[in-house]
Write a protein that binds this ligand. Structure first.
Ligand code: MAN
Length: 366
């Protein structure tokens, strides 16, 4: 029932100019998406870069606040460091990440038909503050009518951990930064496009360390900066070690208003770090209450471009658009088309479409 775009993958690394001379683009993925009043579709893409080298034994990693790359000699350091995860170098002693293998920033791609994109040469947002020196990742974007601004939430990474920062823009050429809104370790933050009961709502994904799991939570805020009244929304399936949601769940793009509630497309990973997408509906007036959800994935990494890449077997979305005007609660919007822009195997961007009715048909009470 997922209708993958025949042009997939829509955006690949060779279409993206490096942000600085000497750097190489190794991934373009996990984009946020927004449709402008002109009908133009904008993607806010995560672009990952490192320094190219012909020496397979050498890793040259850019860091935001330094000119020269960090050098890792794999053969010399493999007694103490583990290089098996393409995304990060970890310590063999502690199992903790000591360095990511690339530096990400946020770049805009623009399209009138939603499939053919022109990519800006310059980044929209680059890592700047100390809490971002290992990169900024996985942007979500939503238009907030009362502010007349687009609000962007993105993951900010440093040796201190993974946090979520916020920026706003009106023109997608310049941004105003608002600093961190959720401290470490918390990511996958998406904001509802409307206030509910006078408050803004966000889904977020803290990672508990002593016990508990990486689950989806909600929070509310009077001003998008101060967040409180946190509630647990959806958890991993801890009862089945092989479940597609057994390892982690996390929110995707800002929810879209449908006739049946707020529709949210989320990701889930199993113990083998295979990432799939699922959907849930939440009540219009109580977005922390899930009324129906997927029992099986709505999108799985089946195609070659989803199975093979920088980090294999991943479909991951930060950008979902519902075509047409939202229908009133209780009406039938089954024929409306949902576009899901997603990262495939952590290095390219793809698109799939769904009839809303086809998603509804898969959801069960949970
Ligand atoms: C994490 C995030 C994503 C990434 C997946 C799969 O959840 O860092 O950016 O796509 O892992 O690697």
């Amino acid at each position: 029932m997922a209708i993958r775009c025949a042009r997939n993958p829509l955006i690949t690394t060779n279409m993206v100019r490096p942000s600085k001379q000497g750097l190489k683009v190794i991934g373009v993925f996990n984009p946020g998406a927004v449709q402008l009043p002109s009908g133009e579709t904008l993607l806010l893409m995560r672009v990952a870069e490192n320094y190219p080298t012909t020496d397979e034994d050498l890793l040259l990693i850019p860091v935001a606040n330094r000119e020269d790359p960090l050098e890792y000699r794999i053969s010399e350091q493999s007694d103490t460091l583990n290089f098996s995860d393409s995304r990060a170098v970890t310590s063999r002693a502690t199992g903790k990440v000591v360095q990511l293998t690339s530096l990400s920033h946020i770049r805009v791609a623009r399209s009138m038909d939603g499939e053919n994109f022109t990519i800006d040469d310059e980044p929209l947002i680059v890592p700047t503050i100390d809490e971002e020196v290992w990169g900024i990742e996985d942007p979500r974007v939503v238009y907030i009518p009362e502010m007349k601004k687009y609000v962007i939430t993105y993951t900010a990474v440093s040796s201190w951990g993974v946090a979520t920062a916020m920026a706003t823009t009106t023109d997608f050429k310049t941004v105003e930064r608002h600093g961190l809104i959720f401290p470490v370790e918390n990511k996958d933050v998406s904001i509802l496009p409307e206030r509910v009961g006078g408050y803004f709502f966000a889904y977020h994904r803290p990672v508990p360390k002593s016990f508990g799991n990486p689950d989806i939570w909600s929070a509310r805020s009077p001003d998008l900066i101060h967040w409180g009244q946190h509630r647990h929304v959806m958890g991993v399936d801890a009862s089945d070690k092989d479940a597609w949601t057994s390892n982690r769940v996390g929110g995707g793009a800002p929810s879209v208003r449908t006739a049946r509630g707020w529709l949210h497309i989320y990701h889930a990973a199993d113990k083998g770090y295979r990432y799939c997408l699922g959907a849930f509906l939440a009540a219009h007036d109580e977005p922390w209450k899930i009324t129906a959800c997927s029992t099986r994935p709505i999108l799985e990494p089946d195609e070659v471009y989803e199975r093979e890449g920088f980090f294999p077997n991943v479909v991951f979305t930060c950008g979902v658009l519902l075509d047409g005007e939202p229908q009133a609660a209780g009406t039938d919007d089954s024929d409306a088309i949902l576009r899901i822009y997603y990262g495939a195997a952590d290095d390219k961007i793809a698109l799939c479409r769904f009839r809303l009715g086809d998603i509804y048909a898969t959801l069960r009470n949970c």
